[in-house]
Ligand binder design. Structure first.
Ligand SMILES: [Fe+2]
Ligand SMILES: [Fe+2]
Length: 482
């Protein structure tokens, strides 16, 4: 057994899972590797593949000092297999097997369910890299460019994490799934990614920040639920992925915050008190708050769809089986089996939105979604502090969960951002005030001009307060080839 805290960096694939002693899995991963690199070069970031990027690479899995920062060419990034340390004597924390020793091998009866969970999670990781591949060309600074690439290489590593589990525990089926993960592509009409939000475009940097704020946060919630899994290798994998995921949400949260800050400062400097005076605000070369709000409405609603139907037998089965728990299951104080509990769910009943108590087991998607909304709302509150500080009375707010949905209870109706149901005509008449318009996209796009000089920032975004790895403001985050 290798020591889980030490990462073996000698072979092709850095790992703390003892790949050296596991010839079968090592061979499977080494066989998959060229296809991955090929995918990275053809579907990953456009340009910058030869640039030296100041990236962090995971070199350990302990709480401190797990990452090393250095200049790396992205295709040479050391994508590795890293699992959080095994917890001695860990038992299954929830479901029908609660209290039994965790599984180190896949329980036969749950094989299909577990494989499905891994594939769905795995599919999202490369999808986001594909969605973001064109953004390098318009980065507002070297700092942001570097953050984009950091997110991208780590999503690549998350794909490795899922592929390892598939290849190690699912034999030939797992190898086939690993190939499929490289074959499906975001937005591909013939073989799209599995979930809707991962086939949407990420056309500009505001979209990127919204995506990392909202959609990577869905990732966090899903990983947190899987980190509770009774299948211990999955739990350990997800626990380490969460360490990396925090940075992705940081990029989104501070990104939007810096946009809001720049807009507010520019409005103040120009003596504009009314944030809805869009024409004057845009003339300053900053993004008006109503456009930012519409982007929030869009990305929030797209991300809610990722949680699936409010009432779901799949979710109940995965919980019962001990495969996927709740957010912070280990901190919850109920019986962790939920056979007799209920949970309040917003439902559509006779043309009205009502709250209804339903069996807690079947409403686990709803519960995870509620946890997501609370987590996202805390970030939005931090954005609003910028508005408070600059003494604007408007606030960014999350729309109602019934707004703009494609999946679940509210897929069949139209609702405004306050949750009032609208008929089709009213929706058509009002949707341009609630969702980004073609004009919004055109305007945002007009601001997307690359800024590549050290320490310089595009005029529509404020510089960050501190640099990555505590580097000074003019640090060269990306050595761009002439
Ligand atoms: Fe990820
Ligand atoms: Fe992420």
């Amino acid at each position: 057994m290798s020591d889980a805290l030490t990462v073996d960096y000698d072979g092709l694939i850095p790992n703390n899972v003892g790949l050296n002693e596991d010839a079968r899995v090592r061979k499977a991963l080494e066989t998959w590797h060229p296809g991955y690199i090929d995918w990275w070069k053809t579907m990953g970031p456009v340009g910058f593949q030869d640039a030296l990027v100041y990236l962090r690479t995971a070199v350990g899995v302990g709480a401190e000092g797990w990452a090393r920062f250095d200049y790396v060419k992205m295709p040479e990034y050391r994508w590795g297999i890293l699992l959080a340390p095994q917890v001695e004597g860990r038992t299954i924390p929830f479901g029908a097997h609660k209290g039994e020793a965790v599984w180190q091998e896949v329980p036969g009866e749950y094989r299909a369910m577990l494989r499905r969970l891994l594939v769905i999670q795995g599919d999202t990781e490369p999808a986001s890299v594909e969605q973001q591949r064109h953004l390098g060309a318009t980065a507002p600074s070297q700092y942001d460019l570097r953050n984009l690439f950091q997110v991208n290489v780590e999503e690549g590593r998350h794909l490795w994490a899922m592929v390892y589990l598939l290849q190690k525990y699912f034999g030939r089926d797992g190898r086939e799934e690993a190939e499929e993960l490289l074959r499906r592509h975001s937005g591909d009409p013939d073989s799209p990614r599995m979930l809707g939000a991962f086939n949407e475009r990420t056309p500009d940097w505001l979209s990127f920040f919204m995506f990392t704020f909202f959609t990577d946060r869905d990732g966090k919630m899903q990983l947190a639920a899987l980190a509770q899994s009774g299948f211990d290798p999955l739990s350990r994998t997800c626990r380490f992925m969460l360490t990396e995921e925090a940075h992705h949400m940081f990029v989104g949260e501070t990104g939007v915050q810096r946009v809001i800050q720049r807009t507010c400062e520019a409005m103040r400097a120009a003596g504009i008190d009314d944030p809805t005076d869009i024409e004057r605000v845009r003339a300053l070369g900053v993004i008006d708050l109503p456009t930012i709000q519409r982007k929030v409405n869009l990305h929030f609603s797209l991300t809610l769809d990722l949680f699936g139907s409010e009432i779901s037998t799949n979710a109940a089965n995965a919980f019962n089986a001990g495969l996927k728990g709740r957010y912070r299951e280990d901190k919850l104080t109920d019986d962790h089996q939920l056979l007799h509990d209920t949970y309040p769910v917003l439902r559509l009943k006779d043309g009205a939105i009502v709250r209804e108590d339903v069996p807690a087991l079947s409403s686990l998607n709803m519960r995870l979604r509620d946890d997501f909304v609370a987590d996202a709302a805390a970030g939005v509150a931090r954005w609003n502090r910028v508005l408070e500080r600059t003494e604007f009375s408007t606030r960014i707010r999350l729309p109602h969960v019934a707004f703009n949905r494609r999946i679940g209870e509210f897929a069949s109706v139209h609702a405004d951002t306050d949750g009032n149901l609208l008929d089709k005509d009213a929706w058509e008449a009002r949707k341009d005030s609630m969702l980004p318009t073609a004009d919004d996209y055109r305007f945002v796009d007009s601001l997307m001009r690359p800024v590549q000089d050290r320490g310089a920032y595009a005029g529509w975004i404020a510089p960050p307060r501190i640099g990555i790895d505590n580097k000074p403001g003019d640090f060269e985050y990306v050595k761009i080839e002439e």
